[in-house]
Design a protein around this ligand. Structure first.
Ligand code: NAD
Length: 441
């Protein structure tokens, strides 16, 4: 059992903390957000992740996890401090490392015994070297503090599962002491560990994320061509998936990638390359394709309709993917303002994302149109002139062609997730547009 502190209780930090506690370690989760800490202390998860709240309560009751804003107490005698604070994108595309720097300084000023600082946040190659130097510069007590890289690969929506059953744990260290300690901490998970140096570990994270982003953009690019030449991207993807070199995952074409990782991690790697005098053409292409893809359905619908002004527009799904209440870089955030600017009356449904969305677009008149948040699919579709599907939540997938036909004033559907059967929609006389599936001939 090790004494672990985790800085930041977002998707990465909180899930890591809870899973370390589940594995028997003594964990203190630190956040600067007092409200969040209060909520967590009451046994409630501040984020929506399946299974998280149950594990929080179980380990809190067992006395293995606590939550605090008092970082000094948490860091002073921790064996390891894991950093899970944000590294958002700055305007120039580079990663904002100010949160990392703040925690590094807090650790340096608090530690009273030897400590391993483990950076879980996604940071540009070379950052861990700088963090170690930074800590040395501010260290108050004469103790040994080293820094290790341990990038996180969880996906929102399945974060707890992805942590407990990770496909691999990447650890990047520069000394045997750091490597052995991290291996010991992860021992109870019984998962494959890949041990490399710090810079390689940092690069593995970006290279993995950007490869996935590239795969999505590649399929979207091919999908757009499919539409023009009369091929069906779903059939194309299925045919491709049998090739083990390609694999069957991440072949779904759609409205583009969002979330807190792919958009910023593609930008950050592109920036890192430029800083080093190199042009990362493939990653740049993934970024460019995604920008176009996110508003491709809106453009299609704009061509079909004279105007959105005064139309009731049903929006099904707001989050960037199902299983999360996270809206960061969600395609809905690109499309809804365009619709509102055109004077649309948007009726939006999302099982968990509406509250967060309303922080950007409060209910009522907005821009030239208006937005109303409804509590079920039926209310959104009722008497609607057009419908956009942005997220493939189960209840949205379950909408039948007959429901679109029966509930909408005009059964006109733009599906950004390719979740419905074209023939069934046709049979029900629903005008259905999706991505990469309409024959162009
Ligand atoms: P998040 O924004 O959800 O959470 C960050 C938390 O850190 C917030 O609660 C914030 O209040 C807290 N914080 C800020 N400064 C602090 C300080 N000085 N001390 C303690 N807490 C502080 O972030 P996230 O989505 O969990 O991402 C964290 C990092 O992990 C990022 O680098 C991200 O790229 C990476 N990552 C994210 C995911 C994901 O799916 N979200 C997956 C893998 C990696």
């Amino acid at each position: 059992m090790y004494k672990i502190a985790v800085a930041g209780t977002g998707y990465v930090g909180l899930v890591a903390g809870v899973c370390f506690a589940e594995m028997g370690h003594q964990v203190t989760c630190v956040d600067i957000d007092e409200d969040k800490v209060k909520v967590m202390k009451s046994g409630v998860s501040p984020i929506f992740e399946e299974g998280l709240e149950e594990l929080m309560q179980k380990n809190y009751t067992a006395g293995r996890i606590e939550y605090t804003t008092n970082y000094q107490d948490a860091y002073k005698d921790a064996d390891a401090v894991f950093l899970g604070v944000g590294t958002p994108e700055k305007e120039d595309g580079s990663a904002d490392l100010s949160y990392i720097a703040t925690v590094a300084r807090q650790v340096a000023e608090s530690v009273e015994s030897d400590c391993l600082v483990v950076v879980k946040s996604t940071v540009p190659v070379g950052t861990n070297d700088k963090v170690e130097q930074f800590i040395q510069d501010f260290l108050i007590n004469e103790v040994n503090v080293e820094v290790a890289s341990n990038p996180e690969f969880l996906a929102q929506g399945s974060a707890v599962h992805d942590t407990l059953y990770a496909e691999r744990i990447i650890i990047g260290t520069e000394t045997e002491w750091a490597e052995e300690l991290l291996k010991e901490i992860y021992k109870p998970f019984n998962l494959p560990i890949v041990s490399v140096n710090r810079r390689s570990a940092e690069m593995i994270k970006y290279a993995s994320n950007d490869f996935l982003a590239l795969k999505i953009s590649y399929m979207n690019d091919i999908a757009n061509l499919c539409e023009l030449v009369g091929a069906d991207i779903k059939d194309v993807a299925e045919g491709m998936s049998y090739d083990e070199r390609i694999g069957s995952k991440f072949l779904n074409a759609g409205i583009g990638f969002g979330g807190s990782c792919f958009p910023k991690d593609t930008q950050a790697l592109d920036y890192l390359a430029k800083q080093n005098g190199y042009e990362l053409k493939t990653v740049k292409a993934a970024i460019d394709v995604n920008k176009i893809q996110k508003i491709s359905l809106y453009k299609k619908a704009s061509k079909r309709l004279i105007t959105f002004n005064g139309l009731k527009v049903a929006v099904l799904g707001l989050t960037f993917k199902p299983g999360t209440d996270d809206l960061r870089e969600s395609p809905s955030l690109d499309n809804v303002p365009l619709l509102l600017d055109q004077g649309a009356d948007v009726y939006a449904y999302d099982p968990v994302g509406a509250e967060n969305f309303a922080k950007f677009y409060p209910e009522g008149p907005n821009r030239r149109g208006s937005i109303t948040y409804v509590s079920n699919v039926e209310e959104a579709l009722d008497d609607a002139n057009v419908c956009f599907v942005f997220t493939e939540w189960g209840e949205i997938k379950a909408v039948t062609p007959e429901m679109y036909r029966g509930l909408m004033r005009t059964p006109l559907v733009y599906d950004g997730r390719n979740i419905y059967d074209i023939q069934e929609m046709k049979k029900a006389k629903v005008e259905y547009h999706s991505i990469g599936r309409e024959p162009g001939r």
